[in-house]
Design a protein around this ligand. Structure first.
Ligand SMILES: Cc1cc2nc3c(=O)[nH]c(=O)nc-3n(C[C@H](O)[C@H](O)[C@H](O)COP(=O)(O)OP(=O)(O)OC[C@H]3O[C@@H](n4cnc5c(N)ncnc54)[C@H](O)[C@@H]3O)c2cc1C
Length: 425
């Protein structure tokens, strides 16, 4: 029997009602194995923060909410192993208390690690790969109920296909992540960077911090906020630069969007703090971002970034009435087959929209048209209207990924409409 049959389940944004209310919440791995062997078709849920149908299913959903603990901290190998339902918030707290850190985080700590890695979720930073890149080991329950493990060192052939797995390979029961020693970050925000300065000095500004984000509404050739997150050495409590290429240092904590009195954002004004309290934009204890919203995001090659930014700025007036905010971030190349940053340093252009899909949908087509010369890859967890043929063409290792999925899930229990449309033939 499913653990919930009556309540209709929504994603975080409330724009998607899942196709079934048969939701199972197994409490042990044995229960998971029995369940996946028995069910003919299912999808695994993370924390339900994706905006599109990637996690959807019309038959059965399995949530690993009850399997959300740290399994082992290996101080010798400097790795942590966690259960498949764990979220970044509690993991980061645990790691920091034990003297460790992850290299990077997304804008929010509320999401599950397995769900984030499955969709190549990312933060920012010229040298920072997406959140899947520190994964060095995966334990998966195949749809036949078998427990299989993949390790970066021991399975170099298949491993790069398993990490950004889109939920298409098996149920991720454990993940092992490489760690860094814990570190401090100081975050400063600069207001009103002229677009011309961004275009002329993008590389310099993007390298002024460990992680840098640019926020804009594409109006008046203005970048409204630049968030610079610098690793802090403990000896750098000196004066902050008062301007960056004409943008002025903010002297109070800001939000990228909205002006509510409640500030849901992490501490700024150059005050150093632990990595996990500065790398995300949003605090764990508050609703992240704006709330009622939709999101889209496109990755372009780093060398196309400026042309892509100019192209979007050129259609800024079209976007104005439905756009809450855009964010531009840099992501280092990786070797993960289904990552949008596979073998290419990338720049991601993100859009947070008012929650009005009928009005937003045609805007995505306009954006995709403007970005067409740059082979813009849509984020796996966000909304897009890019054609399936184009999406498939962006992934040179797609057919290897399909073969791997066929091997691990021969009965195609994990296929849903999204995967059948955008990944499989
Ligand atoms: C407010 C907000 C801010 C965001 N900020 C960012 C950001 O800064 N950067 C960014 O890149 N993205 C961002 N996102 C998008 C988000 O990170 C992705 O959609 C991510 O996939 C969400 O993780 P989840 O745990 O909610 O996964 P879900 O949406 O629940 O699932 C995503 C996929 O993972 C699979 N999956 C989950 N757990 C497992 C498991 N244990 N085994 C097998 N498959 C599994 C699912 O089947 C599905 O295919 C944001 C989203 C929101 C709502």
């Amino acid at each position: 029997m499913p653990d919930s049959e009556t309540q209709a389940l929504q994603n975080w944004a409330g724009n998607l009602l899942y196709g079934t209310s048969n939701v199972f919440q197994p409490e042990t791995l044995e229960e998971v194995r029995e369940l996946v062997s028995r069910l003919d078709s299912f999808r695994v849920l993370g924390s339900r923060h994706s905006f599109n149908e990637i996690a959807n299913c019309s038959t059965n959903l399995i949530s690993l909410e009850q399997l959300d603990q740290v399994v082992e901290l290996d101080t010798e190998r400097r790795t942590v192993t966690i259960e498949g339902g764990m979220r970044y918030g509690p993991l980061c707290q645990f790691l920091h208390e034990n003297g460790y850190a992850l290299p990077n985080l997304a804008s929010l700590p509320h999401i599950s690690v397995a769900g984030a890695c499955a969709t190549a979720t990312h933060g920012s930073g010229n040298s920072n790969g997406n959140l899947a890149t520190p994964v060095s080991g995966i334990e998966m329950i195949t749809t036949g109920g078998e427990v299989v493990s993949f390790s970066r060192d021991e399975d170099p052939t298949d491993f790069p296909g398993t990490v950004v797995g889109l939920g298409a390979l098996g149920l991720i029961s454990k993940l092992t992540l490489d760690l860094l020693p814990t570190f401090e970050v100081a975050q400063t925000v600069y207001r009103n960077l002229p677009l011309a300065q961004l275009l002329e000095n993008f590389d310099d500004i993007a390298s002024q911090g460990y992680s840098v984000s640019f926020f804009t509404r594409w109006q008046e050739d203005n970048i409204s906020q630049v968030w610079i997150k610098r690793r802090s050495t403990g000896n750098d409590h000196g004066e902050l630069d008062t301007t960056v290429y004409g943008a002025a240092l903010a002297t109070e904590n800001l939000r990228p969007v909205g002006d509510s009195a409640e500030n849901n954002c992490t501490e700024q004004i150059g005050i150093p703090g632990p990595w996990h309290e500065r790398l995300p934009h949003f605090k764990m204890e508050f609703t992240p971002s704006h709330g009622e919203e939709l999101q889209s995001e496109y990755f372009v090659l780093r060398q196309h970034a400026l042309s892509a930014i100019e192209a979007i700025n050129g259609i800024g007036s079209l976007l104005d009435s439905h756009l809450l905010i855009s964010e531009i971030r840099t992501i280092a190349a990786d070797d993960l087959w289904m990552s949008p940053c596979y073998q290419q340093d990338s720049v991601a252009i993100h859009f947070t929209w008012k929650r009005n899909w009928p009005e937003v949908r045609p805007l995505l087509s306009q954006i995709e048209k403007a970005l067409a010369p740059f082979d813009a890859r849509p984020h796996w967890g966000k909304l897009f209207t890019t054609s399936p043929e184009l999406v498939k063409s962006f992934y040179p290792k797609r057919s290897s990924f399909c073969d791997l999925a066929e091997r691990l899930d021969p009965k195609q229990k994990l296929r849903n409409e999204f995967l059948n449309t955008f990944v499989f033939d």
